[in-house]
Write a new protein. Structure first.
Ligand code: IZC
Ligand code: ZN
Length: 431
């Protein structure tokens, strides 16, 4: 009888969305629940799932290398964050008073602060400094129950500094238990050396940056901040179409503050995802629905910017049958938090999403927003064994009891990387 690497048993409740595709609209609330469950893992993949008593019978005679006891707690797929600005220099607490006095986000940027302040700190920072700062955030994310995240460049805005950020993402992918997927976002803002010459900067991105990023295989996606005063719909289309020619799949920060038509563009160019969408029109949302674009909504950002307006997640789900994904948007400006659990609470409070919809949005649909839905995002045979073990017995408890970390353990590709709320370096060792 063949050997098995791991049996996770004692799972009071296993909760997961099902499928190898994003779940759209009302299907988002259909999750599979198994009480008193167990999961068998071999070589990093899930090989059997079921009621513990039945699975034990099924596996009788097979030697099991290691057993993990979830002690009656809930287990879900490892969480996935499909939108972060992980790698950056410095922080922006010096803008807090300005922000709190009511100066809008885009005005701070127009005055040379905001993103441009982080561009200065990122250009000045060494690759080593960026690596260590980003690693600290990733460690925090892992303790929150995240097992895969997307990370964007966009604080270099010149080739060498963009490459420096992307190399940090690559090094973290090689060294950290969290899997990272990489996005080139050279079109995050117009750097001061191109002030008033946005079209020229767009040409520079297309002609000088994209070819190198693609040749060095440092990114899988290309993203643009399509926003009033930043990049227009036409400029965004040019960059994203050029990215596609280099094999980079398009993502777009769309209609966050002003309804420019970014959602319509996402539909037109078949973007894999469109982000924010607070101001997106019905027309934009139906264009996205028709092309299967994943809306990534970021309720931490509207919360932290003190907005009363939020993304229309209920309409996205109920009217447009879209597959909503959630994310932290972790960045030093509009959303300085690594806490996906805070985002889950805000999705409940401000977006009126149900606990089941929130789980789907943080797992399978988040996987679809980064093109990983066939390998992660659900607990199913054949998928990677990425699991989050909760200090909770049911899904509703997570957005209900807010402001603390409910993660008890994390299994990544069949390895225990967090247990008893602490990092585990090698099997059994608490770091
Ligand atoms: O650093 O402000 N919205 N980009 C677009 C951001 C927020 C990140 C930042
Ligand atoms: Zn963003």
């Amino acid at each position: 009888m063949s050997q098995l690497d791991l049996l996770v048993k004692g799972i009071g409740r296993l909760v997961t969305p099902i499928g190898q595709q994003a779940r759209r609209g009302r299907d988002m609330s259909e999750v599979c629940e198994i009480t008193n469950a167990a999961i068998a893992v071999h070589e990093g993949y899930i090989v059997a799932i079921g009621k513990e008593a039945e699975l034990q019978q099924e596996l009788e005679g097979r030697s099991i290398h290691r057993t993990l006891d979830a002690a009656g707690n809930m287990v879900t797929p490892g969480l996935i964050d499909p939108h972060t600005h992980l790698v950056h220099g410095g922080s922006r607490e010096h803008e807090l008073a300005l922000k709190r006095s009511g100066v809008p986000y885009l005005d701070i940027l127009a005055q040379g602060g905001g993103i441009l302040s982080t561009v200065r700190s990122t250009r000045e920072a060494s690759e080593e400094q960026l690596y260590h700062q980003a690693k600290r955030s990733l460690d925090e994310m892992l303790l929150q129950g995240l097992t895969t995240i997307e990370a964007k460049s966009g604080y270099g805005l010149e080739l060498e500094a963009e490459l420096k950020q992307l190399r940090v993402v690559q090094r973290l992918q090689e060294s950290h238990p969290i899997d990272l997927v990489s996005t080139f976002m050279g079109a995050h803002a117009v750097p001061i050396e191109y002030a008033g010459r946005t079209d020229e900067f767009v040409n520079h991105i297309i002609e000088k940056m994209l070819p190198v990023i693609a040749a060095e295989r440092l990114a899988e996606f290309c993203d643009v901040f399509c926003e009033h005063g930043v990049f227009s719909v036409e400029q965004s289309r040019r960059i994203l179409e050029a990215g596609k020619r280099y094999g980079l799949k398009p993502k777009i920060h769309a209609d966050e503050i002003v309804a420019l038509g970014g959602a319509e563009l996402a539909g037109e160019i078949h973007a894999i995802s469109a982000e924010h969408l607070l101001a997106a029109t019905d027309q934009g949302l139906s264009a996205m629905s028709a092309s299967g674009v994943v809306p990534v909504v970021l309720p931490g950002t509207s919360f932290n910017l003190g907005l009363t307006k939020h993304a229309r997640a209920r309409d996205m789900i109920d009217k447009f049958a879209l597959p909503v994904a959630l994310s932290t948007d972790y960045n030093p400006g509009s959303c300085p938090t690594e806490s996906i659990q805070l985002i889950m609470m805000l999705a409940s409070l401000n977006l009126k999403m149900s606990p089941e919809e929130i789980l789907t949005a943080c797992t399978l649909n988040a996987a679809a927003a980064i093109g990983r839905e066939s390998s992660i995002g659900s607990i199913e045979i054949g998928k990677q064994a990425d699991l989050t073990v909760w200090n909770a017995t049911n899904l509703s408890y997570l957005p209900y009891h807010f402001g603390i970390n409910h993660t008890f353990g994390v299994v990544k590709r069949g390895q225990t990387v967090v247990w008893n709320r602490q990092r585990v370096s090698r099997e059994g060792d608490v770091e």
